[in-house]
Design a protein around this ligand. Structure first.
Ligand code: HEC
Ligand code: HEC
Ligand code: HEC
Ligand code: HEC
Length: 486
C-alpha cells in the first residue's frame, strides 16, 4: 500500500487531527442519535403516523460484514489536471491522486474507499477550460468518484452545460441548493452509496455568493435539511457527508448548524483545513489546486473517526491510467487548435506596450545585436518551447503563455498549432514587441522595462527559487552596466 503522506508542516491549521477521544465522540453520537430520532419522530408525527422509529443511528444495527471505510475528498482542483513540472517539488495532479486512491483500495487494511470531490474543478469557462474540466471529470470517474459537488467554477459553466455533461458522461454531480433559471435542480441533491456495509448519503451545497450565469443558489443549510427529508434513512441508519463549497466562515457556520450530519467537507478555504470537530460534526477542507486531499477514516463497529490532510506530493508515482487520460486531453488540444482568444488564458499586454505594436521575432534582432543573441542562445530561455514540446504540452495554452514569445500578439501566433519559428522565451518576452525598433532603431525604442518582466513568468508557483540577483547573472547580456537595469 502506498503510504499516506500526512502533512506535518505549516502551522496549526494543517496538522492532522485525531479523534480518539472515545467518550466525547460517543457522547456526541448519542446526542446526535437523539436528535435524529426526534427529527424522524416529528417527521412521522407530521405524517400522522404513530410509529416510533427503532433507531436513527447507523451503529445500532450490526451488518453482515461491517468493514471500515476510508472517505477521501478532493477539492478546488481549479483546472490543475497535472502540476506543470516547472519546479521540482510541486504537489497535486490527478495522476498522483490516482496512485493514492489505488493505494488505499489495494491496501492491507481491507477498507472500502469512498472517493468524493467538493467542487471547484474547472479552471475557467473557455473552450480550452471546458475540455480540461471534462478531462478532470473523466479522471475522477476512473478513480470511482461517487459524487462531485458543484462549486463556484462549475456554476460559472451554466446549467445547460452541466446538465449536458451529466447526460453525455454520467458524472455523478450533486447539488442540493443550485437551480437553473428554469427553477429546476441541476443535479440530484444527494447520492446514496453503500460502503463497508453502511449507507452513506452524500449531499452537495455551494455558497449563494457563487451564484452565476442565471443559476440561483438557496441557503445551504436549508438545502441539506431538504435533502435529508427527501432521502429518508432506512431503519439501519446512515452516515451523512456534506460536500460544501463555501468560504471558511460559511463552512464553519454550516458545520455548527448541522448536528444532523456526520461530516462537512469543503471548499475554497485558501489553505487545507485538517479535520476538527465542531460539536458532533467533523469539519475539514481540501483545497488549493488539488494539492491536498482530506482523508477520513470511519472504522467498522462505530469506533471514533480519525482524519488528516494528505499532500499529493512528488513521492506519489503517477498512475498509468491517469497519465493516459492526460495524454488524451493533450491530443484533443492538438486537434482543437484553439485560437488564443478561445483559451481564456490571454492576459492584456503589460503597461508600456504602444498601440500598433508587433512582434518581430528573435531572429530579427540578431544582425544588430550579435553579442546579446549569443548569450541568449546559451540560455534556457532559448529552449523553453522544446521543454513543453518534449512533454507533449506544445498545444497547451497554459504552458505556451510562459514558454513562448508573442502568444496572442500581433506578429506572434494566434493558433495553438504553431511552428517553433518565433517561439521559446525570446528577446521580446522581456523587451516587448519590437518590430518598430527593429525596423528603425533610431526612431523607436523597445517598449518594456525588461527587468520588470521576470515576475510575469517566474512566479511563486512556477519558479519558487526565483531571485533577480541570482537569476540575472545566468542570462546577463547588459555588459554596459552589469546591473540588469536595476
Ligand atoms: C507562469 C509561467 C509559467 C507557466 C504557465 C508554465 N511554466 Fe514551466 N516554467 C516557468 C519558469 C519561470 C520556469 C523556470 C523555473 C526556474 O528554473 O526557476 C519553468 C520551468 C519548466 C520546466 C523545467 C525546465 C528545466 O529546464 O528544468 C518544465 C518541465 C516546465 N516548465 C513545463 C511546463 C509545462 C508542461 C507547463 C504547462 C502545463 C508550464 N511549464 C507552464 C514558467 C511557466
Ligand atoms: C537595425 C539594427 C537593429 C535591429 C534589427 C534591432 N536593434 Fe536593438 N538597437 C539597435 C541600436 C543601434 C540600438 C542602440 C540605441 C542607442 O543606444 O541609442 C539598439 C538598442 C536596443 C536596446 C536598448 C535600448 C532600447 O532601445 O530599448 C534594446 C533592449 C534592443 N535594442 C533590443 C532589440 C530587440 C529585442 C530587437 C529585435 C526585436 C532589436 N533590438 C533589433 C539596433 C537594432
Ligand atoms: C515569458 C516568460 C519569462 C520571462 C518574462 C522570464 N523568464 Fe526566465 N524562464 C522562463 C522559462 C519558461 C524558463 C524555463 C526554460 C526551460 O528550461 O524550458 C526560464 C528559465 C530561466 C532561467 C534558467 C534557470 C535555471 O534553472 O538555470 C533563468 C536564469 C531565468 N529564466 C532568468 C530570468 C530573468 C532574470 C528574467 C527577467 C529579466 C526572466 N527570466 C524572465 C520564462 C520567463
Ligand atoms: C529574460 C529576459 C530577457 C531576454 C529574453 C532578453 N533580454 Fe535583453 N535585457 C534584459 C534585461 C533585464 C536587460 C537589462 C537592461 C534593461 O532592463 O533593459 C537587458 C538588456 C539588453 C540590452 C542592453 C540595453 C542597455 O540599456 O544597455 C540589449 C541591447 C538587449 N538586452 C537585447 C536583447 C536581445 C537582442 C535579446 C534576444 C537575443 C534579449 N535582449 C533577450 C532582459 C532580457
Amino acid at each position: 500500500m502506498h503510504k499516506a503522506e500526512a502533512w506535518s508542516g505549516i502551522g496549526e491549521i494543517m496538522r492532522p487531527g485525531h479523534f480518539s477521544d472515545r467518550e466525547n465522540v460517543d457522547g456526541a453520537r448519542d446526542s446526535k442519535r437523539h436528535m435524529r430520532q426526534l427529527g424522524a419522530a416529528i417527521f412521522l408525527v407530521g405524517l400522522g403516523a404513530l410509529i416510533i422509529p427503532a433507531t436513527g443511528c447507523e451503529r445500532a444495527t450490526p451488518t453482515a460484514s461491517p468493514k471500515s471505510v476510508v472517505i477521501a475528498v478532493s477539492g478546488d482542483t481549479a483546472g490543475w489536471l497535472t502540476p506543470c513540472g516547472c519546479a521540482s517539488n510541486q504537489a497535486g495532479g490527478l495522476p498522483r491522486r490516482g496512485t493514492y486512491l489505488a493505494g488505499l483500495r489495494g491496501g492491507g487494511g481491507g477498507a472500502d474507499v469512498l472517493y468524493l470531490d467538493a467542487g471547484g474543478a474547472a479552471g475557467g469557462v473557455s473552450g480550452y477550460h471546458r475540455d480540461k474540466f471534462e478531462a478532470i471529470l473523466s479522471g475522477e470517474r476512473a478513480m470511482g468518484v461517487a459524487a462531485h459537488n458543484l462549486g463556484k467554477s462549475e456554476l460559472a459553466l451554466g446549467a445547460d452545460a452541466l446538465r449536458d455533461l451529466v447526460t453525455r458522461t454520467g458524472t455523478p454531480l450533486v447539488s442540493a441548493n443550485a437551480r437553473g433559471a428554469d427553477g429546476k435542480p441541476i443535479a440530484p441533491a444527494a447520492r446514496e452509496v453503500e460502503a463497508g456495509g453502511r449507507t452513506f448519503l452524500v449531499v452537495g451545497v455551494v455558497s449563494p455568493r457563487y451564484a452565476a450565469n442565471g443559476i440561483t443558489v438557496s441557503d445551504p443549510r436549508a438545502g441539506v435539511l431538504d435533502a435529508l427529508a427527501k432521502f429518508p434513512a432506512s431503519a439501519k441508519g446512515r452516515v451523512v457527508v456534506v460536500l460544501a463549497y463555501l468560504p471558511e466562515d460559511e463552512l464553519a457556520a454550516l458545520a455548527a448548524g448541522l448536528p444532523e450530519v456526520d461530516a462537512v467537507v469543503g471548499g475554497p478555504t485558501g489553505q487545507a483545513v485538517a479535520p476538527r470537530r465542531v460539536g458532533p460534526v467533523l469539519l475539514a477542507a481540501a483545497t488549493n489546486k488539488g494539492k491536498f486531499l482530506v482523508r477520513l477514516d470511519a472504522p467498522a463497529g462505530g469506533a471514533a473517526w480519525t482524519g488528516e490532510v494528505v499532500e499529493m506530493g512528488p513521492k506519489l508515482a503517477d498512475a498509468a491510467d491517469q497519465t493516459g487520460n492526460v495524454r488524451a486531453f493533450l491530443d484533443r488540444l492538438v486537434q482543437r487548435d484553439y485560437s488564443a482568444k478561445d483559451t481564456g488564458v490571454v492576459e492584456p499586454p503589460p503597461p508600456g506596450t504602444p498601440a500598433g505594436f508587433k512582434v518581430a521575432g528573435s531572429a530579427a534582432c540578431a544582425a544588430c545585436h550579435p553579442a546579446d543573441t549569443a548569450v541568449w542562445k546559451q540560455s534556457k530561455h532559448a529552449h523553453a518551447f522544446d521543454t513543453i514540446h518534449g512533454k507533449g504540452y506544445q498545444a497547451d495554452a497554459s504552458c505556451q503563455s510562459c514558454h513562448t514569445t508573442g502568444f496572442a500578439m500581433p506578429g506572434g501566433f494566434d493558433r495553438m498549432s504553431i511552428g517553433t519559428a518565433k517561439v521559446h522565451v525570446g528577446c521580446e518576452s522581456c523587451h516587448g514587441p519590437s518590430a518598430a525598433h527593429a525596423a528603425s532603431p533610431a526612431a523607436a525604442r523597445t517598449p518594456w522595462r525588461a527587468a520588470d518582466q521576470c515576475a510575469r513568468c517566474h512566479d511563486h508557483e512556477n519558479s519558487p527559487a526565483f531571485n533577480y540577483d541570482t537569476y540575472w547573472p545566468k542570462i546577463a547580456h547588459d555588459k554596459g552596466t552589469g546591473s540588469g537595469g536595476r
